[in-house]
Design a protein around this ligand. Structure first.
Ligand code: SAH
Length: 270
């Protein structure tokens, strides 16, 4: 455990042509937003758990595929029943392109277009579990909505969910999907999440789904006292970092598993 002061500078994380971008070479939509483990380092791909054939059939099989995913998450150390129940309920295959739907429940991240990914199921569960360690937060911000899957899972657990996405097309897609699933309580914004969501702050928890060289200071300042942020941090090598706000200017930092995420980028893309 380390006691840290807020980060003084955000520029490295916000410059896509700088060290962050150079350090993130080799990260692609198929290998990012995942945990790095010995088996993953040698993995060439993930076979579907069950051959489902046409996507139309997936509706029938998806419950069984989700059960297999939950069993695997338990084996991978996820024990929080609230999260397991939430992930059993949310139809992950509806958040990816139809052509990839049969792989939606694999132990993998998948491309969602625009060079981005839906996070690996373990990553989604681990990040949510990490902010629920002491108590279930009420007001939660996600940075990096992507396809909206993690926001949908969060909406099963947290009373108030806010999520921001910088790519307009993904923001629109997530909005549609969440509306279709009647998850209208999730508040979405098309903006640069490095700035957080000042008008809705403070948050009891902030979950960041893209990696910056440094965790944006503005996000730490939008945590309530006792609030928790979890984010991937780094360039070539990244780790999940959990930071708890223990006072106005005091933060406790823990480094967790090694991961690989898509980069946190500056500005918005319309
Ligand atoms: N939450 C997703 C994972 C999305 S991938 C899930 O449900 O699986 C990470 C997302 O972060 C991408 O869509 C990317 O566009 C977005 N992103 C990157 N930098 C951002 C920023 N500064 N503000 C908001 N979103 C950002």
């Amino acid at each position: 455990m380390q006691l840290v002061r807020p980060y003084p500078c955000l520029m490295a994380a916000r410059d896509p042509r700088g060290a962050a971008a150079r350090g993130l070479q080799g990260i692609t939509p198929t290998n990012s937003n995942t945990r790095i483990s010995a088996s993953r380092l040698h993995a060439t791909g993930n076979a579907p758990v069950v051959t489902t054939g046409a996507t139309n059939n997936l509706g029938l099989n998806s419950e069984r595929l989700r059960e297999a995913m939950i069993k695997r998450l338990r084996e991978q150390g996820i024990t929080d029943e609230r999260i397991l129940v939430a992930m059993q309920v949310v139809p992950r295959h509806l958040f990816v392109d139809e052509a990839l739907a049969s792989r939606a429940y694999d132990d993998a991240a998948l491309p969602i277009g625009h060079g981005q990914t839906i996070s690996q199921p373990w990553v989604v569960a681990r990040m949510i579990a990490s902010v629920c360690e002491q108590q279930v937060p009420k007001r939660v911000l996600e940075v990096g909505t992507g396809c909206g899957y993690q926001a949908a899972v969060m909406a099963q657990i947290f009373p108030q969910v806010y999520s921001v996405e910088r790519i307009r097309a993904l923001y629109d897609m997530a909005k549609d999907r969440l509306r279709t699933l009647k998850l209208t309580k999730v508040r979405l914004a098309h903006s640069d999440g490095s700035d957080g969501w000042a008008a809705a702050a403070p948050f009891d928890a902030i979950i960041v789904a893209a990696a910056g060289i440094k965790i944006p200071h503005a996000l730490l300042l939008q945590l309530s006292e006792g609030g928790v942020l979890i984010a991937p941090e780094g360039g070539v090598s990244q780790r999940l970092v959990r930071i708890e706000r223990t006072g106005v200017e005091s933060f406790q930092r823990h480094e967790l598993e090694e991961v690989r995420f898509v980069p946190l980028r500056a500005g918005v893309q319309s």
